[in-house]
Design a protein around this ligand. Structure first.
Ligand SMILES: NC(=O)C1=CN([C@@H]2O[C@H](COP(=O)(O)OP(=O)(O)OC[C@H]3O[C@@H](n4cnc5c(N)ncnc54)[C@H](O)[C@@H]3O)[C@@H](O)[C@H]2O)C=CC1
Ligand SMILES: O=C(O)CCC(=O)C(=O)O
Length: 529
């Protein structure tokens, strides 16, 4: 399988990939968009930093593509939606460049306090100017961190070492986590009003775009100092320029810009009090080695059928999680496949319920396995854990997931129900048995059964009358189809009975037609799961 390394990453990462059996590497740095379209035609994986754009067009031009790996955090150069639609995994390396970026941010903060770059430039010009470059101290000043994630947290830690008060705004962070970092969680307005220094560390999203604009700056102390080493556009550049010109903003340190590379004539380049770096947050030898090796290992794992780590468009499964969730995912996939074949073709909703031990697990991966099992019957191999939820949505099917705390007869139980627009439905429940966690179907259409949830199943609903088991057994025998296991159930004697038979091979069309033609048989369905 072929991997395109489209941006320069650590040679150690590339070397790791070259050493993997069955993997080959093409290195092509600085390619034009047209060249990228050519290069991706027969590749299974692409590795990028931030230069190469993996657009919907690139994804469409890469029919074999399975995974895009970003050696870094932000995946804004990858069209994740288009990749997800095609079932392509997009993964990043979220922690490899945290320290590098936190240290660069802190460098900017220090330069915001003390005009070192300006003083250094004047020395290069041959001057000895001790009047124009005095600064302030960080000690006892307040740093407002917007986005207290990996990098924001590391910046806060460094600020505390300098004796700064640290406050943060992060609506998604548990208050206990901020407390553990000795950071005071506040509202955005309070952060703007109290901070002497403000640094932003979130992804660029609709919510964060221009979060710091004219109105936000007006709420700040006069002489506030602003820093952005996250993504251009979180701080509105026009507002920042106006703020610097008016004196509302005393200093700014920026590593990222609304348009990169920054325009040659941007006013930001010439405003005093501003320190700019050309998106260098992750540019340390240590960070590049770390993200380069990490992305190479992650890509190799995916291509070699191993664990999936740091996927941004599906739940990540490391080996430990896979060990626990794997059996449930297999059961879920079987139940999904079974219900799809049993139920109405067109459905309005796919309802999943979890009971017992499974309730305490991260059910996202199991839910995707159920959806994948269901959809594979319709859309085949193009459906995987990545695109199953969007594919279901595209079909207009609602997904309902419930974790129930009600008592059940099993230590864990999963129910999958497909409901048609007219309210008719098909349902199956399953559990895991034994030490190895074998999948068992324990209920079909509200009737108790006990069959292995794998392979070929014949499901027969018949009138409960003598001779039916013998009739079905000899019919299959005549067809040369061996019965591996059989489960019988009925509600009331003499009414409808359910026979579920594990078969070693598929019955012929003639046998199936004969079963369907028998007036005592209401339903005869062969399913493969
Ligand atoms: N300059 C550079 O070279 C680099 C830039 N970055 C960028 O830094 C940013 C942060 O990276 P990490 O700390 O690793 O990410 P992270 O995911 O660990 O942290 C992001 C934090 O932002 C918070 N957040 C999200 N939306 C928010 C909102 N509307 N308001 C306030 N907080 C919000 C999240 O809850 C999370 O705690 C990313 O945009 C990343 O792309 C990362 C590495 C290098
Ligand atoms: O690869 C780079 O240098 C950019 C790093 C970055 O912006 C990120 O990881 O989000």
């Amino acid at each position: 399988m072929k991997i395109l390394v489209a941006d320069k990453v650590s040679p150690k990462g590339v070397e790791y990939l070259r050493q993997q059996p069955g993997l080959s590497v093409i290195e092509a740095y600085g390619s034009s968009p047209e060249q990228v379209l050519e290069l991706v035609r027969d590749v299974h994986a692409i590795i990028v930093r931030s230069e190469t754009k993996i657009t919907a067009e690139v994804i469409a031009a890469a029919p074999l593509l399975k995974v895009v790996g970003r050696a870094g955090v932000g995946v804004d150069n990858v069209d994740v939606e288009a990749a997800t639609d095609r079932g392509i995994i997009v993964m990043n390396t979220p922690s490899g460049n945290t320290i590098a970026t936190a240290e660069l941010t802190f460098t900017h903060i220090l330069c915001g306090a003390r005009p070192v770059p300006q003083a250094a430039a004047s020395m290069r010009e041959g001057r000895w100017d001790r009047k124009n470059f005095s600064g302030g101290e960080l000690f006892r000043k307040t740093l407002g961190v917007v986005g207290l994630g990996r990098i924001g947290g590391e910046v806060a830690k460094r600020a505390q070492a300098f004796g700064m008060r640290t406050i943060a705004y992060d609506p998604y962070l548990a208050p206990s986590r901020a407390k553990a970092m000795q950071v005071e969680g506040v509202s955005l307005d309070e952060l703007l009003a109290r901070s002497d220094y403000i640094t932003v560390h979130m992804p660029l999203t609709e919510a964060t775009h221009h979060m710091i604009d004219e109105a936000a700056l007006a709420k700040c102390k006069r002489g506030v100092r602003l820093f952005n080493c996250a993504r251009g556009g979180i701080i509105k550049e026009a507002a920042l320029i106006a703020g610097l010109q008016s004196g509302q903003v005393a200093a700014a340190g920026l590593d990222v810009f609304e348009d990169e590379p920054l325009a040659k004539d941007s006013p930001l380049r010439s405003l005093p009090g501003v320190t700019l770096t050309p998106h260098l947050g992750a540019s340390t030898a240590e960070a590049q080695e770390s993200v380069g090796i990490e992305v190479a290992e992650q890509i190799a794992d995916v291509l070699q059928g191993g664990v999936i780590r740091n996927a941004v468009n599906m739940p990540s499964l490391d080996a430990a999680a896979l060990k626990i969730l794997g059996p449930y995912m297999e059961l879920g996939q079987s139940l999904g496949a079974l219900v799809q074949q049993l139920g109405p073709k067109q459905i309005a909703s796919l309802n999943i319920t979890y009971w017992g031990r499974v309730v305490d697990l991260d059910a996202n991966a199991i839910t995707r396995a159920i959806q994948r099992g269901f959809l594979r019957q319709i859309s085949g191999e193009t459906i995987n854990y990545v695109n199953a939820p969007v594919a279901l949505k595209r079909l207009g099917v609602q997904s309902k997931v419930l974790k129930s705390t009600d008592e059940v007869d099993y230590t864990e139980l999963i129910s999958v129900e497909a409901v048609a627009p007219d309210g008719s439905s098909a349902a199956a429940k399953g559990t895991l048995v034994g030490k190895t966690g074998k999948s068992r179907v324990v209920e079909i259409n509200n009737r108790e059964v006990e069959v292995e949830a794998v392979g070929k199943l014949l499901i027969i609903e018949n009138h409960d009358q003598p001779g039916m088991i013998g009739y079905v057994g000899s019919l299959l025998g005549r067809d040369g189809v061996n019965i591996a296991n059989m489960s019988l159930s009925r509600m009331e004697p003499g009414q409808t009975a359910l026979m579920v038979i594990n078969l070693d091979s598929e019955p012929s069309a003639a046998t199936r037609a004969e079963l369907k033609g028998n007036p005592a048989i209401k339903l005869a369905k062969f399913v493969q799961i």
